[in-house]
Design a protein around this ligand. Structure first.
Ligand SMILES: Cc1cc2nc3c(=O)[nH]c(=O)nc-3n(C[C@H](O)[C@H](O)[C@H](O)COP(=O)(O)OP(=O)(O)OC[C@H]3O[C@@H](n4cnc5c(N)ncnc54)[C@H](O)[C@@H]3O)c2cc1C
Ligand code: FES
Length: 250
C-alpha cells in the first residue's frame, strides 16, 4: 500500500521549513494529508501543500522524522500512503485565511482555489511562510517579536482586523493554542469557520485512536472540521494525547 516517490526538487522556504517536490498519481483535495514513512526512522502525517502533476510537502523541522527529512537530497526516496481524511470545503462570502507557522502549508492549496485575504503569523519575519507565493493577495502579518507587521499573536491581530472589516468565513491552521483562540473569536462574531487540526497520528486510517479529540478521530473525521464540530471540542487547546494515548494538559 506504500508508493515510493523520488524527491525531484527541494526548496528552502524559511530557516526551519523546506518544501519537497515529487510526482505521484494520486489526486488529493486541499486539506488532505499523507502518511510519510522514512524506513528506520518514523512515519508521520503531512498535508499536501502543492497539488498538481508536481506535488509538494512543506515540512517544518521539529523532531527525529522531520530532521531526517531536512537532511535528504534531490533524488532521494519517500514512502507514502494516502491521501487521507476530509479536506476543506467551499464556503461563501468574504473569506479570511489565518495561517500560523507551518499551518500555512496546509492552507496553501485551498488559498489557491478561493479568493480571499490572508493573515500570516510566525515567530519572526524569517519564519513567515509563503509570503511570496501569495504576494498578489492582501496579507495581514503578525510576528511574535514584531520584526514585521503587527507585534503579537495571530488572534490578537484578528480581533483588531474584525473591528473594522467584516468577514463571512475563516479557514485556519496553525498551533493548537492559536486555533482555539481563532475559533472562539470566529464564533463570537458569528463567522463560519473551518480549521485543520494537528494531532499525534499513528495509523492515519481510524484504527488506533491516537488522534482522538472529544470522540472524533482527526485522521478520518477530519483533519478539517467545521464550526459545528469545533464548538463541541472542549479538549482543543487544553489537552493533547501522548504516544501512549494518555490525555495530557497542553
Ligand atoms: C493531518 C496533519 C497534517 C500535518 N501537516 C504538516 C505539514 O504540512 N507540515 C509540517 O511541517 N507538519 C505537519 N504536521 C505535523 C507533523 O506531522 C509533525 O511535525 C511530525 O509528525 C513530527 O515528527 P518528528 O518525527 O519530526 O517529531 P517527533 O520526534 O515525533 O516529535 C517532535 C515534537 O513534535 C510533536 N509532534 C509530533 N507529532 C505531532 C503532530 N502530529 N502534531 C503536532 N505536534 C506533533 C511532539 O509532541 C514533539 O513535541 C501535520 C500533522 C497532522 C496531524
Ligand atoms: S491516527 Fe489512528 S485513529 Fe487516527
Amino acid at each position: 500500500m506504500y508508493r515510493v516517490v523520488k524527491i525531484e526538487r527541494i526548496k528552502k522556504e524559511t530557516p526551519s521549513v523546506k518544501t519537497f517536490f515529487f510526482r505521484d498519481k494520486s489526486s488529493p483535495m486541499p486539506g488532505q494529508f499523507y502518511m510519510l514513512w522514512l524506513p528506520g526512522v518514523d512515519e508521520f502525517p503531512m498535508s499536501i501543500s502543492y497539488i498538481g502533476e508536481i506535488k509538494g510537502f512543506t515540512v517544518k523541522k521539529v523532531g527525529a522524522g522531520t530532521s531526517r527529512m531536512h537532511s535528504m537530497h534531490e533524488g532521494d526516496k519517500l514512502w507514502l500512503r494516502g491521501p487521507y481524511g476530509h479536506g476543506f470545503s467551499p464556503m461563501n462570502g468574504k473569506i479570511l485565511f489565518v495561517g500560523g507557522g507551518s499551518g500555512m502549508a496546509t492552507l496553501a492549496p485551498i488559498i489557491e482555489r478561493l479568493p480571499g485575504d490572508l493573515l500570516i503569523a510566525a515567530r519572526s519575519r524569517d519564519e513567515l511562510l509563503f509570503m511570496d507565493r501569495f504576494k498578489e493577495r492582501k496579507i495581514y502579518v503578525a510576528t511574535d517579536d514584531g520584526s514585521l507587521g503587527f507585534k503579537g499573536f495571530a488572534h490578537e491581530l484578528l480581533e483588531k482586523i474584525l473591528e473594522d472589516t467584516k468577514y463571512d468565513a475563516i479557514y485556519t491552521c496553525g498551533p493548537e493554542l492559536m486555533l482555539r483562540k481563532v475559533i472562539d473569536i470566529a464564533s463570537s462574531h458569528g463567522i463560519e469557520i473551518q480549521a485543520s487540526l494537528e494531532r499525534l497520528m499513528k495509523c492515519g486510517i481510524g484504527i488506533c485512536d491516537s488522534c482522538s479529540i472529544n470522540g472524533y478521530r482527526v485522521c478520518v473525521d477530519g483533519p478539517v472540521f467545521g464550526s459545528h464540530e469545533l464548538a463541541e471540542m472542549d479538549e482543543l487547546g487544553r489537552y493533547r494525547r501522548d504516544r501512549a494515548g494518555r490525555k495530557v494538559p497542553i
